[in-house]
Design a protein. Structure first.
Length: 138
């Protein structure tokens, strides 16, 4: 019986340093992740952006920078991206990577901190309009 306990303790003492070393080598999440959003604002591109941000937050990333360069697109998708990015667990910083037009402004404005290059950067803001056909049935 003594010999059995001795073997268990001896095995634990031998394997303990290896287990501690394996835990110590677990990769830590990066301090900051940079995501490039260089695409038109569509439902598909916004879904991909949200999936990438979700994966980074699940991995433990606390700071995310999104570089935006887009000619705009779907306002509904842009509102969805804005609402999601404003309420995500990580600190979102946005950066104008050249052109932020129309619906892309919502993604740019979702950042807690917003930066832009001084001279080659461009912003385009305009009113959103909706017209209804007076003869159609809604």
């Amino acid at each position: 019986m003594f010999l059995l306990h001795f073997r268990i303790v001896f095995a634990a003492l031998i394997l303990l340093p290896f287990a501690a070393r394996a835990q110590a080598q677990q990769p830590r999440p990066p301090e900051r992740v940079i995501i490039n959003f260089i695409a038109p604002v569509t439902t598909d591109t916004v879904n991909m952006l949200i999936n990438i941000v979700n994966n980074q937050v699940r991995n433990g990333t606390k700071k995310i920078t999104i570089v935006v360069s887009s000619s705009g697109g779907d306002p509904s998708a842009a509102f969805a991206a804005y609402n999601y990015l404003r309420n995500v667990e990580a600190e979102i910083t946005t950066f104008n990577g050249g052109t932020v037009d129309s619906a892309a402004m919502f993604i740019f404005c979702a950042g807690k901190f917003r930066y832009s290059l001084p001279s080659p950067s461009r912003f385009l803001m305009h009113a959103l309009s909706q017209s209804y056909d007076s003869f159609g049935a809604y």
